[in-house]
Design a protein around this ligand. Structure first.
Ligand SMILES: [Zn+2]
Length: 153
């Protein structure tokens, strides 16, 4: 029996550090896991390049490596995407800071959004979703930070 290989799309919306440059925007990578699920790795300025229709009514999972602004700039853009649901994964020691940043007066408070928002914490963690798993590991930086590995069946 021939084994079927499924392809999925990975889009590098931004790969620069610190600030935009002539070569690109700051970190944001989208993985279109299947017809329903999208995983965004960081929300740098590259998020402005995301086609809204490609994420509308999808389950969006955001892996926020840390909260330096070049990695989370796009928080205020998320409501425009009108996802079916939003899950944000953050290092466990940064959750309270994310909750502050994801509130008045910084962005539209998550309680006022028209889709459910779930903030999940991680460190050296395996997070199970319906159709995929994300493994995280704490990395060295000058702030708590997590790296993430997406695992599909
Ligand atoms: Zn940083």
């Amino acid at each position: 029996m021939k084994e079927e290989t499924k392809a999925f799309e990975i889009v590098f919306y931004g790969t620069s550090g610190w600030f935009d440059s002539t070569s690109g925007a700051t970190n944001s990578v989208g993985v279109f896991v299947n017809d329903r699920d999208i995983v965004l790795f960081d929300l740098g300025t590259g998020v402005r390049k995301i086609d809204r229709e490609s994420v509308r009514d999808k389950n969006v999972t955001v892996m926020l490596s840390h909260l330096h602004l070049d990695h989370c700039y796009g928080l205020h853009i998320l409501p425009m995407f009108q996802p079916a649901s939003l899950t944000i994964v953050i290092h466990e020691s940064l959750k309270s800071y994310l909750e502050t940043l994801f509130s008045f007066p910084f962005v539209k408070p998550r309680e006022q959004l028209k889709f459910p928002v779930d903030i999940r914490v991680a460190k050296d963690t395996s997070l199970n979703f319906d159709n995929f798993t994300i493994k995280t590991q704490a990395l060295k930086h000058n702030t708590p930070v997590i790296g993430a590995q997406l695992q599909l069946e």
